[in-house]
Design a protein around this ligand. Structure first.
Ligand SMILES: Cc1ncc(COP(=O)(O)O)c(C=O)c1O
Length: 433
């Protein structure tokens, strides 16, 4: 039997694969094209997770295929001090579209790496080492990024880096700073968070790292005004600000960069997942003033794949397609259609406690009881299994919540949004009856 149930495949997987993130999905992916992948039983499965939140142009976009094929044949990988045209062109293009004066760009491979680079730079330029991050953050699994990550388990790996300080994540649904009338007093929460930061700090605050919408933490969208107030808190303390736009960058939220909604330009901005649209490519952006200072101090972030031409050529094409096709505006438009559909489902299913998010990055929070807002993690897993059985891939965030993270490719068609909603409806029906 060569389908999803192929015992030889699963036996080999069990014998030879490290389980790096819990259980594997129970189907075998055979191919992927557009907004679907096909499994080993020949079923087309709607990809409502854009791969790992990355394939914003869908799978095997013809222009990406063409660039990748040409690039692997002509200019693939080089010694890391050797520059090539795709790298310089991509850096210039990113600087051109980025907010503010974030004109200097480092090109690497993964989100964790790009954050690591920003954290190291902030430490070198400030001479300080304390890093503040949200209590539901995800910035990667490498040393510095993992120390600033609180939405995955930190247990079992010994101490993180010294000076890791935590700020309450802005949770408009479950914050303890929501009063009886349902009003979220985020200013008091932020003041309280920084009161604790100031108490813990040894006077060595280097930076605050934040996702403009906390994705892995449960699609937590800070209220309007919050991000600007956070930036002000950092300014008051001479701390630098790093925005991690791994998931929110390049159109997904309806803006090219999510921080544009908030009118805040950080000292560092990192891009990853969406920049390569599924290929490993990441960028760290900063200002010329900062880069000049750290260059003089001997900044080192020398990696095997820094400034690799092949992924850079792909990144150039990704941005070209996003701009040419107006995919940010498309994400805003189709996001409204998707959100309206999810809100309509909320009217019919008591288990949907909250629907939130922006553009094509939405969260659906399943609860046992709307009054207590107790998360229903088990139900969410059940619904996710039903979705897959019905032909749609979904993602439930980690950490004991029952939160679906819905992030289809920006190339999704209106009828595919409707199909996704129909499948979600059926899956909820099956799981709750
Ligand atoms: C916001 C954010 N930053 C960083 C990362 C880490 O990226 P990578 O897994 O490419 O290292 C992730 C991964 O999920 C992420 O969601």
């Amino acid at each position: 039997m060569k389908g999803n149930g192929d015992p030889a495949f699963w036996a080999k997987a069990k014998a030879h694969l490290v389980r790096y993130g819990g259980a594997f999905s129970p189907v075998i992916a055979a191919s992927a094209k557009g907004n679907y992948f096909t499994d080993a039983d020949g079923r087309r499965i709607l990809d409502f997770t854009s791969g790992q939140m990355s394939a914003i142009l869908g799978h095997s976009h013809p222009e990406i295929v063409e660039v990748a094929q040409r690039s692997i044949a002509e200019l693939d990988h080089l010694y890391s001090t050797l520059l090539s045209r795709p790298v310089v062109e991509l850096a210039a293009l990113i600087a051109e579209i980025a907010p503010g004066a974030l004109d200097r760009v480092l090109l690497v491979s993964t989100g964790g790496e790009s954050n690591e680079a920003a954290l190291r730079m902030a430490k070198l330029v400030t001479g300080c080492h304390e890093i503040v991050a949200f209590s539901r953050s995800w910035h990667g699994v490498t040393g510095g990024a993992a120390s600033a990550t609180y939405s995955s388990s930190r247990r079992g790996y010994g101490p993180g880096q010294p000076g890791a300080l935590v700020l309450p994540a802005p949770d408009t649904y479950r914050s303890r700073f929501i009063d009886q009338r349902g009003v979220y007093d985020w200013r008091s929460e932020l003041d309280f968070g920084f009161e604790l930061v100031d108490r813990q700090s040894t006077g060595a605050l280097a930076a605050c790292i934040a996702e403009p919408i906390l994705s892995s933490g449960g699609v937590l969208e800070p209220p309007e005004g919050y991000v600007a107030a956070l930036a002000e808190k950092c300014r008051e303390r001479d701390m630098q600000l790093i925005f991690d736009e791994a998931q929110t960058g390049l159109g997904r939220t309806g803006h090219l960069f999510a921080c544009e909604r908030d009118g805040v330009v950080p000292q560092y901005l990192t891009l990853s997942k969406t920049l390569g649209a599924g290929l490993p490519l990441a960028a760290m952006l900063t200002t010329p003033e900062i880069e000049d200072i750290v260059a003089e101090r001997g900044f080192l972030f020398y990696t095997t794949h820094a400034s690799d031409p092949l992924p850079a050529a792909v990144g150039l094409k990704v941005i070209e397609v996003i701009l040419r096709e107006g995919l940010s505006a498309r994400a805003a438009r189709l996001g409204e259609r998707l959100k309206a559909g999810l809100l309509a489902l909320q009217q019919r299913y008591d288990c949907i406690g909250d629907v939130r998010g922006r553009g094509l990055l939405l969260g659906v929070d399943l609860v046992k009881d709307r009054r207590t807002k107790a998360p229903d993690a088990e139900l969410a897993q059940h619904v996710a299994r039903e979705c897959l059985a019905l032909g749609m891939m979904t993602s439930v965030v980690r950490g004991g919540f029952g939160i679906f993270r819905i992030a289809p490719p920006l190339t999704i068609e209106p009828h595919e949004i409707d199909l996704g909603l129909e499948i979600f409806d059926q899956a909820l029906g099956r799981a709750t009856h």
